[in-house]
Design a protein around this ligand. Structure first.
Ligand SMILES: O=P(O)(O)OC[C@H]1O[C@](O)(CO)[C@@H](O)[C@@H]1O
Length: 524
């Protein structure tokens, strides 16, 4: 890698303490010029989106997450007012909770139990981990982000005896996501058995009029905050979804918003070589041949950014993973994202990256500041942070020598501003990339199929339970149960359901503990 090539492709934004290095993606000299007309179309589409166009045509919705960090940009004055009111409400709630004016049955709230999934959990989890400091935080955040009973129990165990000082924040844009509904019901049951009134310890963040909104209203929860239809779940970190938990934790939400606003301003530039989001989208296009031919490995060399790749996984994959383009052609688009943190991953999968199947490009994130305070020397004149940088630079070169390309994002420190910037950078890069490949980044039709199939499985389970009750004591095997139910085509599903029911003492007995498909089942 020549110094000339590096400096030519190193974009620095000094006012943001931010740099992007694309010199290790081997695009040829003509690539940027060749892509420029498409990029100009992407800028136009983005400008229309920010001005309030129906940028999500399938759902007939505006896409307004950029207005959240500069409410004056919202296309209607009522929206500006709503955004500002919501922010004021968040600040006020946090102030009252921290002062103890708004308290739980057993005193000042010291924990916050966030109940949500997908975009209603990943952002809050990432930010809490990136910016939290258990010694300084005003509240500790805990999460129910699944419908796994054991996962729920693990979280509840950490809150044992403290539910009277725990504020539950139930987050669901649609207000009808089953996992979140279940989490809420499990939390309600736990509060009840602890003798604590859940409603007086709960806040809902959801769309107006949703099921969750109605439950929160009718049960008299502490308050409700809005989720607007023009903010997608995966771009909601800087809406109440992310800001309320962060404010409760004691994080500087205004600085996070300011960081995002500054990155938004920088990425509105239509001068491609100065626009980091445009360059990122173009590098993704080049590296993946505009069709997801390679995966994106996200490697932050900073433990605090470990959850960023998980957060990006949803942002990128739910946005870009689409069957059809905007003209209805089958395209099966997407970019797979995975990663954890450097240098830890060096001792896990970097072996394959260096020498194995060549199906990825890397996005390194370099953080200049090591830690608060000084470091000891672990070798003569060398600190742990020196090692961390050494491993990043070494890995990057070792990969590049073997034809494995990479991008590096450099920030000086993991601050609230930097976290806001990173979120805004990738949000816009995803939007640009979607334009380059002509897809709708703002809907998620594919998730519906799994949800519908799950509902039908639960329907079959109810039928099995009724049938076995009716035939209590009779020994039946999977095939005969399927026949009785007239569901022969679902015999395998019935086998799976019976096995789990039997494993959980739900009245159904399997004669063989490690039951084979032929095993007999009966109802006690
Ligand atoms: O906030 P909600 O409506 O509960 O949805 C949670 C998540 O579920 C999804 O709709 C996918 O099923 C995501 O897009 C979303 O972030």
């Amino acid at each position: 890698m020549s110094w000339e090539k590096f400096t030519k492709h190193y974009l620095t934004l000094p006012e943001l303490d931010f740099a992007l290095d694309i010199s290790r993606i081997d695009f040829g000299d003509g690539f940027l010029a060749e892509m420029e007309p498409k990029m100009q179309e992407a800028y136009k589409a983005m400008a229309d989106l920010e001005a309030g166009a129906i940028a999500n045509p399938d759902e007939n919705r505006m896409v307004g997450h950029y207005w959240l960090r500069d409410a004056s940009l919202a296309p209607e004055p009522e929206l500006t007012t709503e955004i500002e009111k919501c922010l004021a409400d968040i600040r006020q709630i946090a102030t009252k909770v921290h002062s103890g004016e708004l308290a739980g049955a057993k005193g000042k709230f010291k924990n916050c139990l966030v109940i949500g999934i997908g975009g209603s959990a990943l952002g809050p989890q990432f930010v809490a981990d990136a910016l939290g400091n258990p010694d300084r935080d005003k509240m500790q955040l805990h999460f129910f982000d699944n419908t796994d009973p054991d996962g729920i129990d693990r979280t509840l165990a950490t809150l044992d005896g403290e539910l009277g000082e725990t504020l539950a924040v139930v987050i669901s844009k649609s207000g009808g996501t089953p996992e979140t509904r279940n989490g809420m019901l499990e939390a309600q049951a736990a509060y009840k058995s602890a003798g604590v009134d859940f409603a007086k310890h709960a806040i809902a963040i959801t769309g107006a009029g949703s099921k969750l909104d109605k439950v929160a209203e009718s049960e008299g929860w502490l308050t409700r905050l809005p989720m607007w239809d023009w903010v997608g779940g995966r771009t909601s970190e800087l809406a109440a979804v992310g800001l309320l938990p962060a404010a409760l934790q004691g994080l500087k939400i205004d600085r996070m918003l300011a960081g995002a606003a500054a990155m938004d301003a920088a990425t509105r530039s239509t001068e491609t070589t100065k626009n980091p989001a445009a360059l990122l989208a173009l590098m993704w296009y080049y590296a993946t041949e505009g069709k997801g031919a390679k995966d994106m490995v996200v490697l932050p060399y900073k433990d605090r950014l470990m959850l960023f790749s998980k957060y990006l996984q949803q942002l990128v994959m739910e946005s870009l993973g689409k069957e059809f383009d905007l003209d209805g052609n089958t395209v099966n688009q997407g970019i797979a994202v995975y990663g954890n943190k450097g240098s830890t991953d060096q001792h896990a999968y970097v072996q394959q990256l260096r020498e194995g199947v060549h199906n990825f490009f890397v996005t390194f994130i370099e953080v200049l500041k090591d830690r608060e305070g000084d470091s000891i020397e672990v070798e003569d004149g060398i600190t742990t942070g020196d090692f961390l940088q050494g491993f990043y630079l070494g890995t990057r070169d070792a990969l590049y020598e073997n034809g494995r390309q990479s991008i590096t994002i450099t920030i000086s420190e993991v601050t609230a501003e930097a976290v806001g910037q990173l979120i805004a950078l990738f949000e816009r890069a995803v939007g640009f990339y979607a334009s380059l490949v002509n897809i709708n980044a703002y809907h998620q039709p594919g998730v519906e199929a799994g949800k519908k199939a799950a509902a039908s499985v639960l329907g079959i389970e109810s039928k099995i339970i009724s049938l076995l009750r009716e035939k209590a004591g009779e020994r039946l095997n999977t095939v005969t149960i399927a026949q009785h139910l007239g569901l022969e085509s679902q015999t395998e599903i019935i086998f799976k359901l019976l096995n789990r029911l039997a494993a959980n003492q739900r009245g159904i007995i399997a004669e063989d503990k490690f039951s084979t498909p032929e095993t007999q089942f009966y109802y006690e």
